[in-house]
Design a binder for this molecule. Structure first.
Ligand code: DHE
Length: 556
């Protein structure tokens, strides 16, 4: 009883703790008026701007503003640019991949941010294993959960959809294309991953709140929750034979750490800090955990540490004597996916313009592949190229090309771990590519493009045509298909996901603003024709979509 009360209070107070960190200046005296050259904000504006920085900027630039996907924003650099230049960059974005914020933030908010960035960065509080345990709530113990599926939904074809700005996920019945349930989660959920059984959906909020959703109950219900840190992006579940549904892992941005949990209850079991030296031998106080995948051939999680460029193969078979294999690759690791055999993991070292390839069977780096500027694959896309054999694809934030990398060192050794082809995308600022073993197409978006036509369009390449010197894509204006009318925010078409049968492609039309309408557009993968526009007032700012079957089996 006492523990429950304490946990409830902890959960309720944590967002406050975050604000306290930003608002710490309320107790601190303002900079003396005698130093007019150093721009400053009132305590109230500083707290409000700090909150925006956390919600909109820290992901790319880091809590300590040391830079990663985005540039270093410490005063030593920002003061040189000054308020006027900083405001322009935030307002209009840059071709280098910085998104424009004029449709998201007001002029005053941008002006305040320009000043905030010239002030010294402050470190948020730490969050230990004891804190995580204190926040853990087991809402429905395992023995009180159903022993069989209590609904008639085809769970394999359910999509867990991030409702970014409402702090929820929508579980959409993929057969009916209707919302089955909307579940309260942490702030701006980043990704959903499935338990190996396909029964549970694991969801991580940007604010580190982790929810475990059981889909066997009549209506999907949250059975456990905790706070893993103050900022997080990644989660995964154990997939090796004998460990199905046994463990889960969450990677945090702040504090920089990964935490292994019980897969059925979320009880926190092990917490490991990722602070340390970069591949260049320099100590980094904020090496954030980016993507995590689970091996099917070993009891291992592949944990990618952004700022250090170290890839950790974490053996979870003995948590008391945890073994980590640390592989040096390149700095600024971000997102990535398996090759089609699930032996090699390909991860973008995005600000290094490289893809690192790990051979998880040998536990070694297989290659570092140079790409165009800022590769951003999501999980990438696997397919059989008519000329180069099995390839994996990534698009880029900083270039309008899609790189295809050969992934078959045995059958096609001359192409393995080389960029064998670059396809022309319809724009830069792309985030995701996707294909499916049953499809003959490759899909690519460009949602962060400042041009609203390009941001609302997708490119579809026929794989069979890729032996041509310059394969042409079919361009589809998905935003127009959604027929949302004029909106203040750019209608960004983002993140393709296939249905379980691999014959439909789902895209989110994301206006980036919770007061404006959004939609999900479903296209036929063969005919490229519109199948359905899912519109529902509960569909607030949908972004990532995770089909249960495809996510369970790492199909992309
Ligand atoms: Fe993501 C994946 C981090 C902004 C939608 N994003 C990931 C992963 C990381 C990451 C580390 C890989 C997780 C994994 O596989 O374990 N994303 C970040 C950021 O740091 C960044 C740049 C800034 C931020 O503040 O978060 C960022 N991401 C965004 C967005 O603005 C997107 C477009 C919309 C949103 O919902 O926030 C977005 N990120 C996604 C999606 C995935 C993702 C949909 C999963 C792709 C997949 O198919 O697995």
């Amino acid at each position: 009883m006492q523990k429950n009360v304490r946990n409830t209070l902890m959960l309720a107070l944590l967002p406050l703790a975050m604000n306290v960190a930003f608002a710490a200046t309320k107790a601190v005296k303002e900079a003396p008026a005698a130093a007019p050259a150093v721009p400053t904000l009132s305590a109230e504006d500083k707290a409000a701007t700090g909150k925006i920085y956390f919600e909109r900027c820290a992901g790319c630039h880091g809590m300590l503003r040391k830079g990663a996907t985005g540039k270093n924003l410490e005063p030593v650099n920002t003061a040189k640019l000054g308020s006027s230049r900083l405001e322009k960059i935030m307002t209009y974005g840059t071709e280098g991949g910085m998104v424009n914020f004029d449709d998201i933030l007001s002029k005053q908010e941008i002006a305040n941010m320009a000043i905030y960035l010239q002030m010294p960065a402050e470190a948020p509080p730490e969050w230990s294993l004891a804190d995580i345990k204190g926040s853990w709530k087991l809402l429905i113990p395992v023995d009180q959960r159903p022993t069989k599926q209590m609904n008639n939904v085809n769970l394999k074809n359910v999509f867990s959809v991030t409702l970014r700005d409402s702090g929820e996920v929508a579980l959409i019945d993929g057969d009916k294309k209707e919302i089955w349930a909307v579940i309260k989660t942490g702030y701006a959920v980043h990704i959903s991953r499935m338990s190996t059984s396909g029964r549970y959906v694991h969801v991580i909020g940007r604010d580190g709140r982790y929810d475990l959703i059981d889909m066997w109950s009549e209506k999907p219900s949250t059975v456990a929750t905790l706070k893993a840190g103050f900022e997080a992006r990644s989660i995964e579940t154990s997939k090796f034979k004998g460990y199905e549904d046994k463990y889960a892992v969450v990677g945090s941005y702040w504090p920089p750490q990964y935490t292994i949990l019980d897969g059925l209850t979320l009880e926190p079991l092990k917490n490991v800090s990722t602070r340390g030296n970069t591949v260049d031998g320099v100590y980094h106080p904020e090496p954030r955990v980016a993507s995590i995948v689970a091996s099917e051939i070993k009891p291992e999680f592949v944990v990618n540490v952004k700022e250090t460029g170290m890839i950790k193969l974490v053996d979870y078979s003995d948590l008391n004597n945890l073994k980590e294999t640390t592989i040096n690759s390149a700095k600024f690791l971000h997102d990535g996916g398996w090759d089609s055999t699930k032996r090699y993991f390909l991860v973008a070292a995005n600000a290094s313009n490289k893809i690192a390839v790990v051979d998880t069977k040998e536990g070694k780096l297989a290659a570092l592949v140079d790409t165009a500027k800022i590769p951003h694959p999501g999980r990438g896309a696997n397919f059989k190229h008519p000329k180069f054999g099995p390839v994996w694809a990534t698009s880029h934030l900083g270039a309008d090309v899609i790189s295809l990398i050969g992934t078959d060192p045995v059958g096609h050794p001359q192409y393995a771990w080389k960029v064998v082809q670059e396809l022309k995308n319809h724009g830069a600022n792309s985030l995701f590519v996707k294909s499916h073993p049953k499809s003959s197409n490759l899909w690519a978006d460009a949602p962060l493009n400042p041009d609203k036509k390009l941001a609302g369009t997708v490119s579809v390449y026929k794989i069979a045509d890729m032996d041509q010197p310059e394969p042409k894509a079919t361009l589809i204006d998905v935003a127009a298909m959604a027929a949302l009318g004029e909106t203040k925010g750019i209608q960004r078409v983002v993140h393709a996901e296939y249905n379980a049968d691999g014959d439909e492609v789902w895209y989110s039309v994301w206006t980036g603003n919770k007061t404006e309408p959004s939609a999900i557009v479903v296209l036929d993968d063969k005919t490229l024709q519109l199948k359905k526009v899912i519109k529902d007032k509960r569909l607030v700012t949908p972004t990532g979509k995770f089909n249960v079957y495809n996510t369970m089996h790492d199909i992309y």
